[in-house]
Design a protein around this ligand. Structure first.
Ligand code: PFF
Length: 452
C-alpha cells in the first residue's frame, strides 16, 4: 500500500489523539466497570494500575518503536526487522485478534446506537431501574434489533476506512474527546451524590483479592489497545521527531483517567439503585439511564440532553476504536495479499458482520450453544483479551528485549540520541525480565497450569 493511503499524523497532538482515540473506547466505559464489578472492585483496580505501569507502558513503547522503525503493517513489521524468522507469527496473531475483537466489539458499539435512539426519543423518561434491566435484557436477546445496529456500526466504520477521512476524525476528536471528558466529570459528581452512593465508593476503594490477575492484565492490554499491533500500525505513521516515551505516557494517563472516572460514575449509581456490581456486560446499559433520570429528575430537559449526548459521544469513542481495529486487518490484507484497499475493507467488514451476528445471537436465541462453557460473545472476549493480547505483549517484550539489536532500540527511543530518556534502562530491564516473567506467571497461575 502506498504510504499516503493511510493516516499520516502531521502534528504531535494528532499522534496523541489518534492513539488515545484507539485506546479510549468501550474498554474504558463499558468493559472496565463490569470487569471491576466481577472481580472484587478495588483489588482489581490496584492490579490493573500495576499492569498499566509495569507492563502496559513499556510494551506500548516497544510497539511504537517496532512500528516506526519498520514503517509497515504489523505482520510485515516483524518480517522486516527479523527476516526469515518465526517472529512474523506475532504480527499475524495480532491481525487475527483484531478481527475477533472487532466482531464482538461492534455488537456492543451497536448497542450504543440503540441507546442514542432510545434517549433521543425520550424512551428513558419515567422508567424504574427494574424496567431498565428488563428492557436491556429484552433488547440484547432479541434476534434482529441488535443485529441491525451491529451492521450499521460496521458500515459506518467501513465507510470511514474506505474514504480515509482521517482528517475529519482527527479534527472531530479534538472537540469530541474533551466534551466526553467534561460530561464524564459532570456524571461523576451526579453519581457520587446520589442517595446510597457510599457503598459504591467503598466497593471501589476497599480491596478484596481473589483470582484477579489475569482479568486485570487482560483489561490493561485491551484498554491500551496493546498486544495486537494496533499501536505498532499507528506508529508506522509517526514522524521521526515523535517522542515515543512521552506519547506512551500521555496515552496511558488519558486512558487510565477515563476508566477510573467511569468507575466513579457506575458504582455509586449501581449501589444507589440496587443494581448488582457483577451484572456483567449489561452493567452500564442498566445503571447509566438511571443516573440520568435520578440526577436530573427535577429538570427533564437536562436528563434528555445529557443522555443523548453521552451515548452519542460513547458511540464516537467506540468508533475511533473500531476504526483502529479495522485498519490493522485491512492494512494487512491490502499489503500482504495485493488486494485493493476497498476489497480488503469489504472482506473485513463482511467477515465481522458474519461473526458479529453469531456473537449477538449468542446472548439470546443461541444461548445454549457454548464452547468450554462460554457463548460465542464471551468466548471471543476471553480468548482475545485474556489470552491473545497478553501473549502478544509477552512476544513483543521478548522480541524487543532480547532479539532486536539494542542500537535500533536505543536510536528509536532516544530519537538517535537527541532525547534524554532517564527511564531508558528501566524500560529495557522491564522488557527483558519483568514483563516476560510477570505475564508468564499470571498465565501459569490463573489458567490453572500450576497453582502458586
Ligand atoms: N482500546 C479499545 C477500548 O478500550 O475500547 C479497544 C481496542 C482497540 C482493543 C484497538 C485493541 C485494539 F487494538
Amino acid at each position: 500500500m502506498a504510504k499516503n493511503d493511510r493516516a499520516n499524523f502531521g502534528s504531535k497532538l494528532g499522534v496523541i489523539l489518534a492513539s488515545a482515540g484507539s485506546a479510549v473506547g468501550l474498554g474504558n466505559i463499558w468493559r472496565f466497570p463490569y470487569e471491576t464489578g466481577n472481580h472484587g472492585g478495588a483489588a482489581f483496580i490496584l492490579i490493573y494500575l500495576g499492569c498499566i505501569l509495569l507492563l502496559g507502558l513499556p510494551i506500548m513503547i516497544a510497539e511504537f518503536l517496532i512500528g516506526r522503525r519498520s514503517r509497515a503493517n504489523t505482520a510485515r513489521a516483524y518480517q522486516k526487522l527479523a527476516p526469515g524468522t518465526h517472529w512474523r507469527w506475532v504480527g499475524r496473531m495480532g491481525v487475527l485478534a483484531g478481527f475477533l475483537i472487532l466482531s464482538y466489539y461492534a455488537v456492543v458499539a451497536g448497542w450504543t446506537l440503540e441507546y442514542i435512539f432510545e434517549a433521543a426519543t425520550n424512551g428513558f423518561a419515567g422508567k424504574t431501574s427494574g424496567e431498565f434491566i428488563s428492557s436491556f435484557q429484552q433488547f440484547s436477546s432479541s434476534p434482529w434489533r441488535p443485529v441491525v445496529w451491529l451492521v450499521a456500526f460496521l458500515l459506518i466504520t467501513h465507510f470511514i476506512i474506505v474514504k480515509g477521512v482521517e482528517k475529519g476524525i482527527e479534527k472531530s476528536s479534538k472537540i469530541m474527546m474533551p466534551t466526553l471528558f467534561i460530561i464524564i466529570l459532570i456524571l461523576v459528581v451526579c453519581s457520587v451524590t446520589l442517595p446510597g452512593a457510599g457503598a459504591g465508593i467503598e466497593f471501589l476503594l476497599k480491596p478484596d483479592f481473589r483470582n484477579v490477575f489475569l482479568s486485570a492484565m487482560g483489561q490493561a492490554f485491551f484498554s491500551l489497545s496493546l498486544g495486537m499491533g494496533c499501536l505498532c500500525t499507528y506508529a508506522s505513521y509517526f514522524s521521526k521527531e515523535t517522542n515515543l516515551t512521552k506519547t506512551a505516557f500521555s496515552v496511558g494517563i488519558i486512558d487510565t483517567f477515563v476508566a477510573i472516572l467511569a468507575g466513579f460514575i457506575i458504582f455509586p449509581a449501581a449501589f444507589s439503585v440496587g443494581i448488582q456490581p457483577d451484572s456483567g456486560p449489561s452493567l452500564i446499559f442498566i445503571t447509566l439511564p438511571n443516573v440520568f433520570q435520578q440526577a436530573f429528575s427535577g429538570v427533564p430537559i437536562l436528563a434528555y440532553i445529557f443522555s443523548v449526548m453521552f451515548y452519542a459521544l460513547l458511540a464516537m469513542a467506540a468508533l475511533t476504536s473500531t476504526i483502529s481495529l479495522h485498519e490493522v486487518v485491512t492494512a494487512y490484507l491490502h499489503e500482504e495479499f495485493n488486494l485493493s484497499r476497498g476489497k480488503a475493507a469489504r472482506l473485513v467488514t463482511g467477515g465481522c458482520v458474519f461473526l458479529g451476528i453469531f456473537c449477538s445471537l449468542s446472548l439470546g436465541v443461541m444461548k445454549g450453544f457454548t464452547v468450554f462453557g462460554l457463548g460465542m460473545f464471551d468466548l471471543f472476549d476471553f480468548v482475545t483479551a485474556k489470552i491473545m493480547l497478553p501473549l502478544g505483549g509477552l512476544c513483543i517484550s521478548l522480541f524487543t528485549g532480547w532479539y532486536l539489536d539494542k542500537k535500533i532500540v536505543w536510536s528509536e527511543i532516544t530519537n538517535d540520541g537527541s532525547l534524554k530518556v532517564p527511564v531508558y534502562k528501566l524500560i529495557i530491564f522491564i522488557l527483558k525480565y519483568i514483563a516476560p516473567i510477570a505475564i508468564s506467571l499470571i498465565f501459569i497461575n490463573e489458567l490453572g497450569l500450576i497453582k502458586l
